[in-house]
Ligand binder design. Structure first.
Ligand code: UDP
Length: 308
């Protein structure tokens, strides 16, 4: 038997009482409505009590509390603490020590961080494009870090320790190659070139050769050989792929990583941020050079190349 009015718990009780041993004549619809109200009020009161966090524990420990679960291979993957934040991406730990979660941002930088800006929607495009290209390269026999795309901006990748070498492969003269060697942009090479930079922001990513890389112990001779071999094979595969989209692959930057067992895999991203992509007919730039050189139409170029 419940009495009408507010109880000690603040829940408004409904009329459903017995009078002289028989039930009062309560309209059925009104009863079921008020009955539902009672249940809803109780649930709300319970929710309020459970989630009121009177000691501030949730806000205090929110960074280490398990977050929303994402399933991968039937296993609940949890996004845990942020491990790293770079210019264009954030990396989060997961409950699998061999897997991390990458989140792609819209932030853009150029000239070693001197120019900063935002390219609306870039994170979504780079995430999806990089994943598709990595999946394509896997099919061509190139091992990559790609595991699973989770959302527009988030992807699970294998955890690697990055080899501190930026590998640049070029098919056509542009950018720093044109500047260093006085070659007009657009000159097509008879065969692709490869170059390495020491991945070190403080030093401004200086160019180095493989002997320097060995002297600095950045990689072993076998690793450098594997990286060179993969890079040229990736160039062949990507050049052919982009050609079918009416896009010329001018040059691009790659990064490789070591899995826990030492296996070298392609890591980081392949996107218009890290590649020069020109329309094959008009030579219109469909990449980050539009941002670097203030050419305008940056978002449109990224969307165009993604659509192709
Ligand atoms: N690149 C990159 N990150 C860098 C430097 C270069 O992704 O820190 C890419 C760039 O997008 C281009 C290629 O590597 O596709 C060759 O770049 P380049 O050496 O010409 O330097 P830039 O002209 O971009 O300064």
């Amino acid at each position: 038997v419940q009495r009408p009015g507010s109880g000690e718990d603040g829940i408004r009780h409904t009329a459903c009482q017995t009078v002289g041993g028989s039930k009062t004549n309560i309209n059925k619809a009104a009863f079921s409505r008020s009955h539902c109200d009672t249940i809803r009020n109780r649930k709300n009161a319970l929710k309020k009590y459970c989630f009121s966090d009177p000691f501030g524990l949730i806000s205090q420990y929110k960074n280490i509390l398990p977050k929303k679960s994402i399933y991968h291979g039937g296993i609940a993957m949890q996004k845990l603490e942020k491990l790293y934040e770079g210019k264009a991406k954030q990396v989060f730990a997961t409950n699998d020590p061999e897997i991390v979660m990458v989140h792609y941002k819209d932030d853009a930088t150029a000239f070693n961080g001197l120019k900063k800006g935002t390219i609306a929607g870039k994170g979504v495009i780079n995430n999806q494009m990089s994943n598709r290209l990595m999946a394509y390269l896997e099919k061509q026999g190139i091992p990559t870090h790609f595991v699973k795309e989770l959302s527009e901006r988030e992807t699970l990748v294998k955890k690697v320790s990055i080899v501190p070498l930026e590998v640049i492969v070029r098919n056509i003269a542009a950018g720093s190659f044109s500047k260093h060697y006085g070659v007009e942009e657009g000159v097509v090479f008879e065969q692709p070139t490869i170059e390495f930079s020491y991945k070190n922001d403080e030093l401004g990513d200086p160019l180095l050769n493989t002997y320097h890389a060995l002297a600095l112990k950045l990689a072993t001779p076998e690793e450098i050989k594997t990286i060179e071999d993969y890079s040229f094979r990736i160039n062949d595969a990507l050049k052919a792929f982009w050609l079918t989209c009416g896009v010329t692959l001018v040059d691009f930057k790659l990064e490789f990583g070591r899995l826990s067992d030492g296996t070298i895999v392609l890591a980081d991203e392949i996107s218009p941020d890290t590649s020069r992509l020109w329309d094959s007919k008009t030579h219109e730039k469909l990449d980050k050079d539009r941002f670097r050189r203030d050419l305008g139409g940056v978002e449109g170029a990224y969307a165009e190349v993604m659509q192709r």
